[in-house]
Design a protein around this ligand. Structure first.
Ligand SMILES: Cc1cc2nc3c(=O)[nH]c(=O)nc-3n(C[C@H](O)[C@H](O)[C@H](O)COP(=O)(O)OP(=O)(O)OC[C@H]3O[C@@H](n4cnc5c(N)ncnc54)[C@H](O)[C@@H]3O)c2cc1C
Length: 314
């Protein structure tokens, strides 16, 4: 394989990495050290570069064209540029305030329902007072053997119709509604077997329930997640960018709701515009000889259409 062909292959591989779904680079860390390949990959016979990746290694020696290794949960990606478009960040289920359920995660404590079958024939306690909690009460009616809904307040925040349906199920004896109650303790031998509740306004009022699963439906919070470990300048939980969407990290741009700058508007239209600016900058970074302003497709399209209309039949 000739040197140019190897180079093109390297470019294609790098470009393929850059085209991976945006969530990949966001779910890992970025290692900004120079890209390093195992020694036996670095040199071919006679000291000549052995493969496509060698070009990447060679280029990584020029600080302005260095390769970023984005470490993701689906393998490493080598790329020259990254555009972060993580919105408000990764969604994480909110944890229960006041009682640490972490030791019971994977042992009967759930934050999400993957398959309803997980709860088939089980005594399920659902914690929460919003739409998700009430929706899951109704959804699991035909699946779980018993359902108890526990909310720390007397009033629910869920949609009125949903709350009415839950209350109807309660008066039919299909759901046990415990309000205003909170978790005092969870116990069991390796798995959740029992839950102790206390009344929010009278903590001497205690209820013990046998159960197999606790489904915590306390909403979601957004967070920068793994991005918080990147050396990015962050302000009010968002990534600070300049007027060309450049972050404080070399070769890393950002666009959309995750960015912050003077006059920032969190709208779909502005997100698209920021993405266009970031992409133009990233392309120019990879190929400095290209213009930042992209060519318009419209005049080219019109010219082509005009040409095809005026072309005489063969
Ligand atoms: C209720 C509501 C109503 C709105 N109504 C309007 C409206 O009417 N008009 C309007 O213009 N705008 C509206 N907006 C704003 C608009 O939705 C946002 O400006 C736009 O969606 C931002 O797009 P984005 O791509 O930056 O982020 P998002 O659309 O949030 O996409 C970011 C993606 O990145 C993923 N992600 C983040 N971090 C990670 C990670 N670490 N790993 C993996 N994946 C990750 C997220 O899961 C998500 O899929 C509304 C917003 C809300 C909340």
């Amino acid at each position: 394989m000739g040197r140019d062909a190897r180079g093109q292959l390297a470019d294609r591989r790098l470009a393929a990495g850059a085209r991976r779904p945006a969530h990949d680079p966001l779910s890992g860390e970025v290692d900004l050290r120079r890209s390093r390949l195992p020694a036996n990959h670095r040199q071919g016979p006679g000291g000549a570069p052995a493969g496509a990746d060698d070009r990447a290694v060679r280029r990584s020696r020029a600080p302005e064209r260095r390769i970023i290794r984005a470490i993701t949960d689906r393998g490493d990606l080598l790329t020259r540029t990254i555009i972060i478009a993580g919105g408000h960040g990764a969604f994480e289920p909110k944890k229960l305030p006041g009682y640490d359920m972490t030791p019971w995660e994977g042992k009967g404590a759930h934050y999400l329902v993957g398959e309803k079958a997980e709860f088939a024939g089980k005594r399920v306690v659902i914690i929460g007072g919003g739409d998700s909690a009430c929706d899951w009460v109704l959804n699991l009616l035909g699946t779980a053997s018993e359902i108890t809904l526990v909310h720390r307040r007397a009033a629910f925040r869920a949609h009125e119709v949903t709350v009415n349906n839950v209350m109807q199920a309660a008066s039919d004896g299909r759901v046990d509604v415990r309000v205003p109650y909170q978790i005092r303790e969870v116990s069991g031998n390796g798995r959740i077997e029992r839950i102790t509740l206390f009344h929010s306004e009278d903590d001497s009022d205690v209820v013990e329930l046998d159960c197999d699963a606790v489904l915590l439906q306390l909403g979601f919070k957004t967070a920068l997640g793994p991005l918080k470990d990147w050396p990015l300048e962050v302000e009010k939980g968002s990534i600070k960018v300049d007027q060309v969407m450049k972050t404080s990290m070399e070769a890393v741009w950002a666009a959309g709701d995750i960015t912050i700058f003077d006059g920032k508007l969190k709208l779909i239209a502005t997100g698209f515009a920021e993405a266009a600016i970031a992409v133009a900058q990233a392309v120019h970074h990879i190929r400095p000889e290209t213009k930042i302003q992209p060519k318009y497709s419209t005049p080219a399209g019109r010219a082509a259409a005009t040409r095809s209309r005026t072309r005489p039949p063969a």
